[in-house]
Design a protein around this ligand. Structure first.
Ligand SMILES: [Zn+2]
Length: 316
């Protein structure tokens, strides 16, 4: 039998998240042959570098092969101006030379992209947006991020922020819901989408309204069992998500919007939000499809493994 090397090729994908670091070894395009998950050292930069390096070592040991290509999905973006991380909600990464430090620790060049971009890439490849000409993928998790895929490729601009929708203001604010000016975001502006639509944002809105400090997960499960105050919090969340996504539809008009991250597991979002976004979309009808990430929590790590090799930037 003739062996096709590209089909057998092994690659490592790492999803560096705020609470966990997940790693896989991918064989060919879609076969996950190893998977490991560890907790992210809380707000400790050097320990995070060591944890990623240790995870890569463990994955290579399990796969019986070393020196594999490594793709890493991470919060925020690498500033084209400084080479350092910017915009990460895991703020211990900000202003750090993450690529340089990881390459030093791993002894090889690494492929890196924003975590929402990895989600977008994976879901457009063989997930909820497979076959779509354009897709917007969103992470609704510890933070809120977005990525745009057009014709199967990531949209990447000169500021490395394409799809970074979480730090736009929540559109069409409702003052009666305390939305103007809205909560202070970690980088100093008020009313960012992330302060409303992240898991902690959902919990904070519930606490402000009811005085009850509950996790996003508990609020959702209470809402689903009919508890009035939790149901009202989830309804406000859906209304906000509908307005925030209508803004994206008006700008990009993607065929599919894919939701990932912890809050994306709430099944009623996929019924309620498209029923709520119509008044805000500048169109007589809205054909955009809203879907959960087909690969769920694994989408980020799959997209990271499939990141293309780094090519030197061309001057404009
Ligand atoms: Zn913000």
């Amino acid at each position: 039998m003739i062996k096709n090397n590209s089909l057998d090729a092994l690659r490592i994908g790492i999803d560096l998240g705020g609470t966990k670091i997940e790693g896989i070894v991918l064989r060919g395009e879609a076969e996950v042959v190893q998977r490991l998950r560890i907790a992210t050292p809380a707000m400790q930069y050097q320990a995070t570098i060591a944890a990623v390096a240790g995870l890569v070592r463990d994955l290579e040991q399990a796969a019986g092969k070393s020196g594999l290509p490594v793709g890493i999905g991470h919060p925020g973006a690498i500033s084209p101006a400084s080479g350092r991380i910017k915009n990460a909600n895991s703020t211990c990464l900000n202003d750090q030379p993450l690529r340089q430090d990881l390459e030093h620790a791993l002894g090889r060049t690494v492929r890196m992209a924003n975590d929402a971009d990895c989600l977008a890439l994976s879901e457009a490849f063989d997930g909820a947006a497979a076959g779509a000409r354009s897709a917007f993928a969103v992470i609704l998790g510890t933070g809120v991020g977005g990525g745009l895929v057009v014709q199967g490729g990531l949209l990447a601009g000169p500021n490395a922020i394409a799809g970074e929708w979480g730090h736009n203001p929540l559109p069409w604010p409702r003052p009666e819901w305390g939305e103007s000016p809205g909560p202070l975001c970690w980088h100093g502006l008020h009313g960012c989408i992330e302060t409303w639509l992240s898991g902690p944002g959902l919990a904070a809105d519930h606490a402000r309204t009811t005085g009850e400090k509950l996790s996003a997960e508990t609020i959702v499960s209470r809402a689903e069992s009919g508890e009035t105050q939790a149901a009202a919090t989830l309804a406000r969340y859906e209304d906000r998500l509908a307005r925030a996504l209508a803004h994206v539809i008006n700008l990009v008009d993607p065929e599919v919007i894919v939701l990932g991250g912890g809050v994306s597991r709430v099944q009623r979002l996929y019924r309620q939000v498209p029923a709520l976004w119509a008044p805000w979309v500048f169109s007589d009808r809205v054909a955009t499809i809203l879907r959960p990430a087909l690969h769920g929590d694994s989408s980020g790590v799959l997209g990271a493994a499939r990141l293309p090799p780094v090519t030197p930037p061309k001057p404009p």
